[in-house]
Ligand binder design. Structure first.
Ligand code: NAD
Length: 360
């Protein structure tokens, strides 16, 4: 199988879909690996590392056109649609339900597309979890950074200092993102409260944090109380397959301290705060209703070296099976089968099909 990896061309996206170590394994398996020149540089992998691994360096056009299986990180953007074709298998994040033009391009081309975010096994979404872990940790970093005065914040040190109170961090949604955000904030000595609606998850969080973080059932009363005392509020909710619930309404913003910071990690699913809109690392913060909002939609893209390793650790075993033959890999692995979004010009994932009832 000819396996290709191209350079990501979305703004400020430097992750890469395959590491040199992964390339070496594929070559040892008997595959040919094509790598677009410069594809791994932003993630810390110079071209010569891929060459040493036995991969062939090629141009962007040749990598797309000559690959039978193409691995990426982000969904193809419009300038890449022309490379989609019937005898291509594409393995990457796709987020099709929010992207009609890409969905139509994949269907028109007849490409077999497998989306990282819909691969699902008994543990959940194994190719999404590593990025949630990183986004959660980065949320604590963002909290520490943007509470400082030079970054426009109130001038608070997240963990306080001996004899001086720490900042209060309220995490809404105690799943993967929320847990990692809380762990890192606690590591920096912040005072942390986690709100969640799931009784089961609240029990798990109690056991995990052992009293170090306050774990509270999220209801209007607890939310209002916590918002009033928060220095930072982190939105980390998810309803699988759906848009994020608007937990903090625009009218709730009046409850906050004027210099509180909102960090909406759930922005990629529409956001947990009614007043949220997506931002990028180029301009991460905006002010709405006098409250600062941080809503970067691709937080892991800011740490491409770490994110690439975390992502490819999870994706590589699936990629290796796909390289051995996509059709057999899909039949033999129910988790991977759930990742298939388009095949032979048809939508094959129920959630995407629901979003586009008029498409085949
Ligand atoms: P998860 O499923 O592990 O956790 C979500 C938690 O939210 C669950 O514990 C659930 O019980 C809780 N929840 C649901 N509705 C709630 C409500 N109304 N109030 C309080 N809690 C509620 O999900 P995750 O992997 O932690 O992802 C969280 C969000 O972060 C998702 O929207 C995901 O897409 C997003 N995310 C964003 C980035 C980024 O770069 N911005 C990166 C990774 C993940």
């Amino acid at each position: 199988m000819r396996v290709g990896v191209v350079k990501e061309i979305k703004t400020k996206e430097a992750r890469v879909g395959l590491t040199p170590a992964g390339a070496a394994v594929l070559v040892a398996d008997g595959h040919e690996v094509l790598v677009e020149q410069g594809a791994g540089v932003g993630a810390g992998f110079d071209d010569h590392l891929y060459e040493q691994a036995g991969a062939k360096l090629t141009s962007r056009e040749d990598t797309w056109n000559d690959s039978e299986l193409l691995v990426k990180v982000k969904e193809p953007i419009a300038s890449e649609y022309g490379f989609l074709r019937e005898d291509l298998t594409l393995f990457t994040y796709l987020h099709l339900a929010a992207d009609r033009p890409l969905t139509e391009a994949l269907l028109d081309a007849g490409t077999l597309s497998i989306a990282y975010e819909t691969v699902q096994d008994a543990t959940g979404l194994p190719l999404l979890t590593p990025m949630s872990e990183i986004a959660g940790r980065l949320a604590a970093h963002a909290a520490a950074t943007y509470l400082t005065a030079p970054e426009g914040g109130p001038g608070l040190l997240l963990g306080g200092s001996p004899g001086v109170m720490p900042a209060r961090v309220v995490v809404i949604g105690g799943g993967v993102v929320g847990t990692q955000a809380a762990l890192l904030a606690l590591g920096m000595q912040a005072e942390v409260t986690i709100l969640d609606t799931s009784a089961r998850r609240i029990r798990e969080l109690e056991a995990l944090f052992g009293g170090r973080a306050r774990v509270v059932v999220s209801d209007p009363e607890s939310l209002a109380r916590e918002l009033a005392q928060a220095d930072v509020v982190i939105g980390a909710v998810l309803v699988p397959g759906g848009a994020a619930p608007k937990v903090v309404r625009r009218t709730d913003l009046g409850l906050l301290k004027p210099d509180a910071l909102l960090i909406d990690v759930a922005i990629d699913q529409g956001g947990a705060f009614e007043s949220s809109r997506p931002t990028t690392y180029a301009d991460p913060i905006y002010i709405e209703e006098d409250i600062r909002h941080y809503c970067v939609a691709n937080m892991p893209g800011g740490v491409p070296q770490t994110s690439t390793r975390a992502l490819t650790n999870a994706t590589f075993p699936y990629l290796r099976r796909l390289a051995a033959g996509p059709a057999d890999a899909i039949v033999g692995d129910p988790a991977l089968a759930l990742g298939v979004n388009t095949r032979d010009g048809k939508l094959t994932h129920h959630a995407v099909a629901l979003a586009f009832a008029d498409l085949p």
